[in-house]
Design a protein around this ligand. Structure first.
Ligand SMILES: Cc1cc2nc3c(=O)[nH]c(=O)nc-3n(C[C@H](O)[C@H](O)[C@H](O)COP(=O)(O)OP(=O)(O)OC[C@H]3O[C@@H](n4cnc5c(N)ncnc54)[C@H](O)[C@@H]3O)c2cc1C
Length: 463
């Protein structure tokens, strides 16, 4: 009976789309059963992987999934790190890599209309060609997609000054679980006309609806930019420098952090001239009109010196700028070289509690004898503890799970939240109750039921 259901499902998909856009071999299904979250074990495979090329095809797939009551798991580049694309009970992986067109770039309105499979980095380059700027920049922007960034509420290094993905969405086209077309906003910069439905879909991880188009706000591209790399002998001094810079009303584009383990690991992987004997580094980007750069730089340097920075470097050209950023963005890849597996996390606290969070994470990882490389967008209060481990070592895995839970307890105690930008997916759902109260979770469940009464849209995620 089950075999027949599966056969009929595949047949319906192949008839509704081109056969070459429906992958069904064991190898193909296996390749799409996980994402960058590096799950311990693949227990379930999708029934099929489907490449869609337009919204009508998405509508058809939704109708088929509804007919057979099977899950639809949308997939951009599969780079989320929380198991948001993992397969819990079979179903259809809906792959958006062929819906990757920039449909409109409107200089006058300063907006762009894109399909969900557009790569974030490519969109950035395209809008910069006409002097505009799309700031959200998850560290893996060279591969991650707009659809995935919307669904995960992605941030990145520039969130401190410019905000995250959610701040740039003015309208979404959504295919609902019933196959209807829903528009969440308008082609205007402001909208006070009813509920803000766009925000409901941001961070919903493909559980409420399927994004088939997004209209995004753009801003003018800053005329000039420069990145400062500054080192400290003590972590406390680096965090204090972050606060002092902000208190001085300077607004850098980024205030990012690397601890000594991260500095050493990255330098081994991507030799960029980082100073491996330093306890901490800050990566500070400043931008704006050319004639303000020198003043911004000098003010920041004088604050850094007062906070005992032991070495301060800054980029003098694009090549040096790119070298520093490539080093910072390589941290997860570099950590992956230390052990067979690597995990990353995403905890965030009010900035006043940041030093306690950083020290606490180090203490917890020491207690459980785990290596941790810490990087983070510290201007936002955000830390990514990256822990290389060997999943085959059961004892180490057990210690890792205990450490993870304690890191979340500490985050909650420091008035924080367990994801600022990566999302919850399947990997963090068992912990969401630590930071979200039951009433809020019940309302989230109710919202899910309204949008997806048959529970076919990426079920078993978030809560
Ligand atoms: C090395 C590395 C560095 C990273 N750095 C950052 C960082 O600095 N900041 C940050 O915020 N994140 C970061 N991330 C996480 C990751 O980049 C984001 O989660 C990313 O934006 C996801 O995009 P994606 O295209 O890979 O989405 P996927 O992983 O394919 O999907 C993510 C979620 O979106 C859903 N989805 C995809 N397309 C659609 C659609 N069309 N409609 C509805 N739902 C959809 C999926 O079902 C899933 O729930 C990093 C990840 C890696 C591996």
């Amino acid at each position: 009976m089950l075999m027949n259901k599966n056969k009929n499902l595949i047949k319906d998909l192949q008839t509704s789309l081109t056969t070459s856009n429906v992958l069904t071999t064991l190898e193909e299904r296996y390749a799409y059963a996980q994402d960058a979250s590096n799950i311990k074990k693949i227990n379930n495979l999708p029934d099929a992987v489907v490449f869609v090329e337009n919204k009508e095809q998405v509508q058809r797939v939704v109708k088929i999934a509804s007919k057979y009551k099977v899950p639809i798991i949308c997939r951009g580049a599969g780079t989320n790190v929380v198991g948001a694309c993992t397969v819990e009970h079979g179903g259809i992986i809906l792959n958006f890599s062929k819906m990757n067109k920039i449909l409109e770039l409107n200089r006058e309105n300063m907006t762009t209309r894109v399909q969900p499979g557009v790569i974030v980095g490519k969109l950035q380059k395209k809008v910069e060609e006409i002097g505009l700027f799309y700031p959200p920049d998850p560290s893996n922007l060279a591969v991650s997609t707009i659809g995935g960034s919307i669904a995960q509420s992605s941030g990145g290094a520039k969130t401190f000054k410019y905000g995250s993905t959610k701040d740039y969405i003015i309208d979404l086209e959504i295919i609902t679980a019933k196959g209807e077309i829903l528009r969440t906003g308008s082609n205007t910069i402001k909208n006070a006309t009813g509920y803000n439905l766009s925000n409901l879909f941001v961070g919903s991880e493909g559980t409420l609806g399927i994004v088939t188009e997004a209209t995004l706000k753009l801003i003018p591209k800053p005329e000039s930019r420069m990145v400062l790399m500054c080192y400290f002998e003590k972590i406390e001094n680096s965090i204090s420098a972050v606060n002092k810079i902000i208190e001085a009303n300077i607004y850098p584009a980024t205030l990012d952090f690397m601890d000594n383990n991260a500095i050493r690991t990255v330098e081994k992987f991507y030799p960029a001239g980082l100073l491996c004997d330093k306890e901490a580094a800050l990566v500070i980007e400043i931008d704006g009109f050319k004639n303000t750069m020198e003043q911004q730089k000098e003010t920041i340097i004088s604050i850094l010196k007062k906070c005992s920075a032991s070495e301060i470097q800054y980029s003098k050209n694009e090549e040096e700028y790119n070298r520093i950023w490539t080093a910072r963005r390589s941290s997860m890849g570099a950590c992956a070289k230390l052990k067979p597996n690597v995990t990353t996390d995403d905890v965030i606290v009010p900035r006043q509690n940041l030093a306690l969070l950083v020290k606490g994470i180090r203490k917890i990882c020491d207690k459980y004898k785990l290596t941790v490389c810490m990087v983070g967008h510290v201007g936002d209060g955000s830390i990514h503890p990256q822990i290389p481990i060997d999943y085959k070592n059961e004892n180490e895995y057990k210690r890792f799970k205990l450490a993870k839970s304690e890191i979340y307890d500490l985050t909650a105690k420091l008035d924080g939240i367990i994801s600022g930008e990566h999302g919850i997916g399947s990997l963090k759902r068992e912990y969401i109750h630590k930071v979200i109260n039951n009433t809020a979770i019940e309302y989230m469940r109710t919202i899910k039921k309204i949008f997806d009464p048959e529970n076919i849209l990426n079920p078993y995620k978030i809560f």
